[in-house]
Design a protein around this ligand. Sequence first.
Ligand code: GLC
Length: 538
Amino acid sequence: MSRGPTETAPWWREAVIYQIYPLSFADSNCDGYGDLPGVIDKLDYLSRTLGVDAIWLSPFYRSPMKDWGYDVSDHTDVDPLFGDMDDAVALIDAAHASGLSVVVDYVINHTSDRHGWFLESSSSRDHPKRDWYVWRDGGEDGPPNNWLSIFGGPMWSFHDATGQWYRHTFLRSQPDLNWRNPEVVEAMMDVAFFWLDVGVDGFRVDAAHHMMKDPRERDNPPAPSDHKAPWKDMGEYDEYLHLYDIGHPDVHAIHRRFREVVETYDRDVLTIGEMHIFDLPEWASYYGENLDEFSMPFNFHLMAADWDVPSVRAAVESVLWNVPAGAWTNWTLGNHDEMRLASRLPQGHDMIAATLLLTLRGTPFLYYGDEIGMTEASLGDAPSRDPWGENVEGLSRDGSRTPMQWTPQPNAGFTGLDTEPWLPVSQSHTTINVESELTDEGSILNMYRRLLRLRRESSALRLGSFMSHPASTDDVFVFRRESNEEVMTVALNFGDDPTSVTVGSGKVAFSSTEPRRRDDIDDAVRLGPREAVVVSHR
Ligand code: GLC
């Protein structure tokens, strides 16, 4: 008997993973901040109503919340805003009972300056933990070199009490750990062991290529005037070429060590490294030469591509071409650091984007609220809660982090009617919300549910091969997915005019704009304006 691909694939290859930003998902105790019991209450929505397979939780660890949890002061405890350790255990158990795997954030490049390790390290120059962080004497008239923090200003801050500078890739309250110190490596591996023992199924590794920098700490050269930021405009940070302050090759040894740790467990553990690398061979190097580093580096290439067929097609084909043999990739269109998908794309295109995300070969990551079409919230003149927006104008991430919209009621069912949520609920909640959309057959939520069901039932869409179809044009992207059991063709019309493409005989299994469309196809499938279809050739 032949073994189908489903028998051997680790869980995360077949999964659709839903990112929860716990502060904004569901507030069970009405203090204005989302919490872990709130997430437990919504597991049924995730596993049954929507139909995803796993959740990734942004940090819920103890934190002074200077970067909303990405500044961890205790990696093995839960911040009281979110509940306590019992709630974390209960959430993981309840998720498993609902059939959902749980991925947690692993913030390793830095800690909070309130972390016990930093308090010790900064207590005196000869404390045994001094070398757990990166301390330097200054240059002639200031910091040791010209490196800049991603969140604005120099990457070095002076510590008056001990007369040295410490390095911080992000905020000054997020000092960088010294990963060249083996004690730090092992202490952080213990954190991974801790959460694996608690029962998590994977880690999303934050800022995974930042922590090793040029050992000689050379100045970054200025960027030429025509230099284009590969990702998004980041102000002063873009004035330099980041040759020396990111991604030193020594980082690979750390990732290999981390992989060894997770492999001591007798289950498939997903490790996915966050890395904004757009040079594809370099990006692919994070799988490891012997596929012994990350299960996969996060793939942001689709998010970085211009939204037109030639650019999207080029991004898809070049990523898949560069994934090493035997490895697997992932796709994503949104997260807590970027503007909401529905506001980045022209109207009507979020449905095309969703179809693409859920039919490509690779694990889809879906950001909370995108499944109901949440738009970037406009927060008016309110001061930015996000420190990036506080430091650099125009870079606040608040607009994509507003509370999940469950109902049309005031506060959108996120928290009590009389509670002030930590970030305002978007005005759009009166129409864009789970409750209303569930009753509307043509809503984006119901479209996601149909797509997720189709993916779940289709071995071709979950695990099948990918082939770009020669029928693609500048307006229509066509590709084929194929498994031992079935063949599916996906056709995405980015254009505003109806058209048709030749795909061979079959039956429409999904349409983004006509929920009940199931017509038989002779040879050519018709596509309405901005319509995405999946044709089954079974
Ligand atoms: C990552 C996170 C981001 C955070 C930063 C510092 O990029 O996604 O939200 O601010 O790391 O930890």
